[in-house]
Design a protein around this ligand. Structure first.
Ligand SMILES: Nc1ncnc2c1ncn2[C@@H]1O[C@H](COP(=O)(O)OP(=O)(O)OP(=O)(O)O)[C@@H](O)[C@H]1O
Length: 336
């Protein structure tokens, strides 16, 4: 494993700047997640590190070695793609052993066998080693695809939305397992996703990408509680942060220059009150919690509420802010 350092990495396709002067230092043993919407430049960043694309500008070092001009095979990285890219005619065992059989690895059969069985256990596919890979469920195939990266011990694992094709339950299971395995191996991992839950639950640090730029990087808690701007604030939190004009709701103290308030559930106090400053518009029942849709004049906001809260659509309520976030007219955070 190794430090991976990007400095000023830039890549355009025609006149589209896919990655724009990205500086990023991934520390040895760190799990970094790049989070951003579609087209933000996540995959291109991974491909630049893997050597599948060449940057127009900037430098990349892996383990202190400059990567300029080095072919993917010489970079000591392992890539896991969104879709299980397995060899269909091979068994699970052979798929896992495949990367170790390359002449560059120079590994004897006993070592390969031990490594394959160890990783198969880690990704919990050891009971299906003799199965053809086409005879597996989607979740099992993706475990093998992840396992096939893990059999090697590269400087860094690069993972491109490896769980996105799975159903919600499997995704939740595998993200826990992936985090456990990464800790166990002390692996350096760069993982890209547009799923905020994956980012929050797995990352040591989250980097927020927007239009090719790394707009903020920090621990999940820092990114959530201390976002640099509106864009970052909107990427995390369920329901989405409510963006409202300053002065619409009582409570809080707006710093000079603030034009908008960002209010998440924890920034909003609500109470049933006839003639209050707001009314309940509708209620989404999620089981353990409700999404309460509220109208304040012409503005709408959504907050989580206890399912036992005795309100129905049309009821009057009072809404007060508690230490919300403030943003200036250009979207930058103020008074943080
Ligand atoms: N080979 C290419 N040729 C032309 N344009 C490309 C190419 N690869 C990426 N792009 C463009 O670069 C931008 C960034 O793409 P990229 O695939 O890195 O985004 P992403 O954040 O991974 O998105 P997604 O979540 O949809 O995979 C997009 O506008 C995309 O259309």
């Amino acid at each position: 494993m190794a430090d991976v350092i990007l400095k000023g990495i830039t890549k355009s396709f025609g006149d589209k700047r896919a990655v724009d002067a990205v500086d990023l230092h991934i520390h040895d043993g760190e799990f970094v997640v790049l989070l951003g919407p579609t087209g933000a430049g996540k995959t291109t960043t991974l491909r630049l590190i893997a050597g599948l694309e060449a940057p127009d500008a900037g430098t990349l070092h892996i383990g202190g070695r400059p990567m300029q001009g080095l072919a993917p095979a010489s970079r000591d990285v392992a890539f896991v793609f969104q879709q299980y890219s397995l060899y269909p005619h091979l068994t699970v065992y052979e798929n896992l052993a495949f990367p170790l059989r390359s002449p560059a690895c120079r590994m004897d059969a006993a070592t390969i066998d031990a490594r394959v069985r160890q990783v198969a256990k880690m990704v919990r596919i050891d009971h299906k080693l003799e199965n053809r890979s086409t005879r597996l469920s989607g979740g099992e195939m993706q475990r093998v695809a992840i396992g096939r990266a893990l059999v090697r011990r590269p400087s860094i694992y690069l993972m491109d939305e490896p769980l996105s094709s799975l159903d919600a339950k499997l995704r939740a299971e595998l993200r826990l397992e992936l985090k456990r395995i990464q800790k166990e191996l002390g692996a350096t991992l760069l993982y890209v996703t547009h799923d905020q839950i994956e980012a929050m639950t797995m990352a040591d640090r989250i980097g927020i990408l927007s239009e090719g730029r790394l707009v903020q990087i920090g621990t999940p808690r820092e990114i959530y509680t201390d976002p640099a701007n509106l864009h970052v604030a909107a990427r995390l939190g369920q329901p989405h942060i409510n963006i409202l004009p300053v002065g619409l709701l009582p409570g809080g103290e707006a710093p000079a220059g603030a034009t908008r308030v960002g209010a998440r559930t924890e920034h909003i106090a609500i109470a049933r009150q006839d003639g209050g400053n707001a009314r309940v518009d509708w209620i989404e029942h999620l089981g353990d919690q409700n999404h309460l849709h509220i109208k304040v004049g012409e503005h709408r906001l959504v907050t989580l509420a206890d399912p036992d809260m005795p309100v129905v659509p049309g009821d009057g309520i009072s809404v007060t802010l508690r230490n919300p976030l403030y943003f200036g007219h250009d979207g930058s955070r103020l008074g943080g």
